[in-house]
Design a binder for this molecule. Structure first.
Ligand code: ADP
Ligand code: MG
Length: 337
């Protein structure tokens, strides 16, 4: 026989090639797990932009000692159970691949506790369980990923400078703070705090924190809904522009996504109000029935498919146009506010 089924460890390492591209991917998967666990505060500690260490600590529901071990098996998840669940994804995760993948290309420690029982501590190297013990963890989970890609030298070599890797991480955390204003995010890099969102639930406050007061002060709040969609967020006045498209954040059911379609709709709505080669600042939260969106398109879930994409784009475009029409009709009232 020529064909053999690959051992789990090797299969995990192959999957990691897709899911774990760089330190920012580790941060993404870990904070998504923390959010899914119902955390109200998530602390992200980094050494050398996460290349040496990424540690994510949350106050979520935690795991039992048995679950903590199972979490590192491939396709092991608490988030879906049946075929049909795939069309009703409410959580950020569901593939059950992240922890297995990350563990397979790093040295990983997890400390977790359900709160009312003794916690557990596991240490894995290249996905292999090395040590297991009781821990004094309080309710929640702390996962530390050391020496990422130490056993995949080709990937390690591909890593960019600390500066570039860190900017990928901060961009990601900004998006998640915008997506979840009620969660407190603290980021510490090489012992220094570089970001902290307060978790008050006030989206404009988070916008102000990330993009500055000047931007926050010049945003319109927009909100509308149809039978299928609810859209709410902030769009900058046309005089506040940026030189690239990265200042538009689209969030679908709590998930930060990239969508060329929606992005173009937003830019179209600004129309001639934007100077050439200038782009808007916007943060939009879209809420819809999960049946209307397929998140199982790509392992990183950054791209999704909407089943009513045209309708959604049109709704957003219309909301923005209406806002501009309104504000040019009553500029005086706007000034008085
Ligand atoms: P997925 O998120 O797709 O389910 P993961 O590999 O990311 O897969 O995680 C596997 C499982 O481990 C999750 O389904 C969840 O039950 C558990 N888990 C992971 N991280 C945490 C966390 N921070 N708090 C509580 N449970 C967690
Ligand atoms: Mg996950």
């Amino acid at each position: 026989m020529k064909i053999r089924q690959l051992p789990q460890n090797l299969a995990n390492k192959i999957a990691a090639g897709e899911v774990v591209e760089r330190p920012a991917s580790v941060v993404k998967e870990l904070i998504e797990n923390s959010i899914d666990a119902g955390s109200t505060a998530i602390k992200i500690e980094l050494k050398e932009a996460g290349l040496t260490e990424v540690k994510v600590t949350d106050d979520g529901e935690g795991m039992s000692p048995e679950d903590a071990k199972r979490a590192f098996l491939r396709h092991a998840t608490s988030k879906i159970k049946y075929d049909a669940d795939l069309f009703h994804i409410k959580s950020l995760g569901f593939r059950g691949e992240a922890l297995a993948s990350i563990a397979s290309v790093s040295k990983l420690t997890v400390k977790t506790s359900l709160g009312d029982e003794a916690g557990t501590m596991l240490y894995l190297e290249a996905g292999k369980m090395i040590r297991e013990s009781k821990s004094d963890a309080r309710k929640g989970t702390e996962i530390t990923v050391n020496e990422l890609f130490y056993n995949t030298p080709a990937r390690l070599k591909y890593m960019k400078t600390i500066h570039t890797e860190l900017s990928h991480i901060t961009d990601l955390i900004n998006r998640y703070a915008l997506a979840h204003p009620h969660i407190r995010f603290d980021v510490i890099h090489n012992g220094k705090e570089i970001f902290s969102s307060r978790g008050t639930g006030n989206l404009l406050q988070v916008i102000s924190h990330i993009y500055g007061m000047q931007v926050a002060k010049n945003m319109y709040h927009i909100k509308d809904s149809t039978i299928d969609f609810k859209v709410e967020g902030f769009i900058a006045k046309p005089e506040i522009t940026r030189s690239n498209r990265n200042y538009v954040t689209i969030i679908v059911n709590g998930r930060y996504i990239k969508s060329q379609h929606l992005l173009h709709g937003i830019i179209r709505a600004y129309d001639t109000l934007l100077p050439i080669h200038r782009y808007p600042v916007a943060v939009l939260h879209i809420t819809l029935d999960p049946i209307l969106v397929d998140v199982n398109v790509h392992p990183t879930k950054l791209e999704v498919r909407f089943s009513k994409e045209k309708e959604l784009t049109l709704l957003i475009e219309q909301m923005i146009r209406n806002q501009f029409k309104q504000s040019t009709l009553i500029p005086k009232m706007e000034n008085k506010k």
